[in-house]
Every structure is written in C-alpha cells, then in structure tokens.
Design a protein around this ligand. Sequence first.
Ligand code: AMP
Ligand code: GLY
Length: 420
Amino acid sequence: MKILVVGSGGREHAIVWKLCKSQRVSSIYCAPGNAGTAEIAQNVDISADDVEGLLGFAKEKGIDLTIVGPEVALVMGITDMFEAEGLKIFGPDKMCSRLEGSKAFSKEFMIRNNIPTGKYEEYTDFDEAVKNVDKFGYPIVIKADGLAAGKGVLIETERVEAVKDLENIMLSKVFGESGKKVVIEEFLSGIEASILCFVDGKTIVPMTSAQDYKKIFDDDMGPNTGGMGSYSPSMIYDEELSNRVEREILTPIIDGFKNEGMNFKGILFVGLMIGSEGPKVLEFNVRFGDPETQSVLTRLETDLVDIIESIIEGRLDQQEIKWSDKKTVCVGMASKGYPGMYEKGKEITGFDKVDSDVMVFHAGTRLEDGKVLTNGGRVLGVTAYGESIEEARNKAYENVRKIQFEGAQYRSDIGKIIGR
Ligand code: AMP
Ligand code: GLY
C-alpha cells in the first residue's frame, strides 16, 4: 500500500514510525513532514492545510490511504473531498470535525447527550460577555470558539485579565474569525487524562490512556504550550475509572453520534479532568493528540493499517487491538523562548549517541546540507520504554541529555503526577 500522512509534527513522525512496522505498507509519503520523517518516509512539499494540493498529489501518486494528523484540514472538509473522488482517507468528515472546530458546538453536543462537562455559556456579543464574565467565579476559563492552534484557551484569576482576554479575542480578533464567539467556562480542578479513541460510527474503542503536560515549566507553571511531554498509561486511570468513563462518557458519545446522524469515523480524543466529582470532559479533538501519540502508538502491538481499515469499513467491533505492557515516557525538547518568540535554525547534535531502543520523534526540525536544524517551538520528543514509568522516565532523560542544541529547554517532571 502507498500511504500519505498529512502533517509535520511529532505525532506524524510517530504515525510514520508505526506504519514502517506494517508488512502491508510499501511506501510512505509525509506532507510536509520534518527531518525525522525524511529519514523513514518521503517528504512532500505540500502544506497540511493545502487540501487541493494534497488531493492532487494523492490522485497523481495513486495513494491507497491518506492519514490526516492535524485538525485544520479535517475541519476544512478534506475527508469529504477525498471521498467524493473515491479516495480512501482516515479522519472524520467536515460535519463531525465541528466537535473540534467549534467549542460551542462541542459543548452543546455534550449537554444534549448528558456527557459530564464543566458549566459554560457562549457569547457573540462583547458587552454581554463582559457583563457575565464573573458568573462562574474565579479562576475562569475563556475559550475562542474556533481553531486557535492550541492557544485559544485562557485561564484567568482576576476580572481585569478576563476582560482583557475578551477584548483581545472578540474585538482585536487575535485569533481571527475563531474569536467571533467565545465560550466562558467553569474552571475544573483535578488531574488530566487523555483518552484517544478509535471510532467507526457504531463502535468506540478507547486506546490505552495517557497524560499530557501542557505548561512550559515544571509543576505546571508558566504559559500553556502545545504539550511538553506525555507518558502512558496514566497512573490514575485504573480499571474502576476506566469503567466509569466508558459508562458515563464513551457510551453517551457513541449513542449521541447514532442519534444525531453523525457518522464519525476516525480518532476522537477525549480530554478529561478527573476531579472530586468524577471525570468530566474538557474538550474533544478529532485526531490523534500531540504529544500523546508518541507515548501511545509506541505501545500499540497491532498493525495500525488493519485498525484504520476496520474503521473505514465499519467493522471495528471485530478488530483485535493489543497493547504492550511496557510503559512509555516522551520528554519534549523545545526552543529557547517557546511558547513565546523563539529563534530557528540551531543545529541539533548527539542523535548518534541515543540508545537504539529510544525513539527520538522530530517535530520542528528540518534538514539542511545533511545537518538537522531546529525549525519550530517544539523540536523533539524523546520517547523511551520501561517496565515501570520511573524506568521509562529515567531512560528518556538519560537520552535527552545526549542531545544538544542552543537554548534547548525541557521539563524535568514528565511522567510524575501533576494536578491542581
Ligand atoms: P484545549 O486547548 O482545549 O486542549 O485546552 C487546553 C488546556 O486548557 C487543557 O488541556 C486544560 O489543561 C485546560 N483547560 C481547558 N478547559 C478547562 C477547564 N474548564 N478547567 C480547567 N482547565 C481547563
Ligand atoms: N495534546 C493535546 C492535543 O493534541 O491537542
């Protein structure tokens, strides 16, 4: 099979890495990819949101299956376009992708289907939003309704700051049209867990659990990032909690899809906050999580192509899915200054010293004259196995220290339980 993977992050490198293990795959293209995917696939210079370009490429090369990493193309309707041309693609259609494309749509879906989530209100009028901003007390969570590249969620402890956020989002439009509407939401405390699920419209199968570390500094201090690391499985996600999530959240989701005529086929990422009142949904994403994928797919023993085909063909209920008992920890290495301003183009060295059983997934990297250079805020995800999380963590950090680039920063507590 010829496969096209869309995207250029650590998630896509991990997907390509996993596809390389499949007997069924003959060639892999990655658009646009990074220096890591270039080593094991063929990079194609088409951006992840250029759906016309991707469609043209898939037709020209006779691609048998396209796997979409990031949300933008899905929300734009890449799946509908490929399917209309008879091309096989993995990811939900435009209608289902609204679960990520609009936070208000996603909240309304949860309320209609009795899925536990924080209280919220949505506003399109700035004055109304300001008038009601204190309604749920502080801290308060303010979200731009549309896509904002992971930056559209703001948590404030004071009214002045919250009003400033509303001004920025609704009046100054710092997130563009994504901020035409805002969701103001009750702050939920607890420990987060990420449950990525395979969904074929009729059946929802959760993957092994993971935890993502969103803040830039240790102990969850500092601003939000796209994710500074992850580990799997989550230490708090035991059998009792897993059963409860199946019963209270996953079953209502799949029933909701059926009742509302949503033929969701792809990955549904359920972001959970586990607090004193039990698990509540923070958000849905309609694709693999980044950096969760790096610690989750490395534990998947089944051929990913088999699972994807079973989803596209609507027979996920008969598909076997096996997970390794080994644990994984993925430590993110970022550029100096990230998630604020940062420089690119720093040479990365030390790859040759990394242990052979450790995966260094690339995110913001590029190749130039045989050298690997930094090319983004999130640069690498060093992922290691262990019999325990602690063993995996020690191994990951040992290898992180072998890799160098100017200004490299990473958290030292990935794989430890952090909650609020
Ligand atoms: P998102 O961009 O939707 O993934 O949200 C980013 C992060 O913001 C989540 O992973 C949480 O850490 C945090 N977050 C979102 N909603 C809430 C909430 N209602 N209460 C507390 N934290 C939240
Ligand atoms: N790790 C969260 C996300 O992929 O949005």
